[in-house]
Design a protein around this ligand. Sequence first.
Ligand SMILES: [Zn+2]
Length: 170
Amino acid sequence: MPENVIKLVQMLFGETHAKVVKVMLEDSNRELRDEEIARRLGMRINDVRRVLYQLHNNQIVSYRKVMDPNTRWYTYFWKLNVNNIYALIRRRKRRVLEILKQRLEYERANTFFKCTSGKGCPVVTFDVAMEHYFRCPVCGAPLEQFDNSKIIRFLEKEIAKLEEELSENV
Ligand SMILES: [Zn+2]
């Protein structure tokens, strides 16, 4: 599971964020100061802070700040919220699922036509084809019906996959 979390962070934010999260995962039973994370990764403290703030904006880390009574400087103690990484991924998957479902509906509801010129002109809907007397709106070559059953099957497969992933806990 930790490997999975690091991979997810890398996918969502990038390599540097994944490194920071890895260090925090290794020590997930306690809070870490940004100086400590920077030292362990050999990173500049400002870079570590930038990463932490970005993760914080996405609620993946949270912090507690404590003021040193002598210097009146704040020390930040950072903690990883692993569950929020999964929640973030789930939200993204749900958004993708919505888009795929809309696209599937569109593909099912329409008949498409493609240009016979082989020039790679865009596929058009029945309405557009009719408006242009079944000639390509771009190059004028005759149009022929385009079989979108492969696209439909692909979308159905992707939707099923996402729905299954969303039904699991991860
Ligand atoms: Zn054409």
